[in-house]
Write a protein that binds this ligand. Structure first.
Ligand code: COA
Length: 158
């Protein structure tokens, strides 16, 4: 049997008809999900760049990354991997490819916001040299009613 880690990860650009799947993946991961309409609009926008990952050419998307670009700054709006597909290199494959696409679109800096309590995401981003440059207090709504601090991470895209 082929171990999961050696399974191929197939990447492709997001399409507007991926919106329902992306909304489900997002709602599984975050307390406040985004609707299908929001995803559809984001994917259709000329300033957006997004890719999805599956384990086969026609397989369901197991994860996605979506950014928007303004001038030379890119911001990752969301990166999510289905809970059943985590720790198999899906997000690493997505972000590695995504950085190339952002560079092709002339982005020179990358930013994103992450909940300071999201240790998995912070460990993941550290591999990509994304470093905290600022924070926003009481930013993320949590199921408990409390609000978590957001860290702003940045890296150059040279
Ligand atoms: C963060 C997330 C996208 C990572 O996706 P993933 O496909 O599981 O990540 P990968 O398998 O590509 O991991 C690459 C590396 O990141 C680090 N990493 C990923 N998840 C980790 C975790 N739970 N704990 C510690 N390190 C982790 C490891 O260094 C890992 O390499 P390794 O598996 O060889 O040790 C995923 O956990 C997720 O979807 N979380 C919910 C949504 C989210 O928080 N998104 C980011 C919000 S800003």
């Amino acid at each position: 049997m082929v171990p999961w880690r050696q399974k191929p990860i197939v990447l492709r650009n997001l399409r507007t008809d991926d919106a329902p799947r992306l909304a489900r993946l997002h709602a599984n991961a975050f307390h406040r999900g985004w609707g299908e309409d929001e995803f559809e609009q984001l994917i259709a926008s000329a300033s957006s760049v997004g890719e999805g990952a599956a384990f086969s050419e026609r397989g369901n998307l197991q994860g996605f990354v979506l950014s928007r670009i303004a001038a030379t700054e890119a911001e990752i709006l969301s990166i999510v991997v289905d809970p059943t597909a985590r720790r198999k290199g899906v997000a690493r494959a997505l972000l590695s490819h995504h950085l190339e696409r952002l560079r092709e679109r002339s982005a020179r800096e990358l930013f994103l916001e992450v909940d300071e309590g999201n240790s998995a995401a912070l460990a993941f981003y550290e591999n990509f040299d994304l470093k905290p440059v600022a924070s926003r207090q009481a930013y993320y709504p949590r199921a408990s009613g409390e609000r978590g601090t957001a860290l702003i991470l940045r890296r150059a895209l040279d």
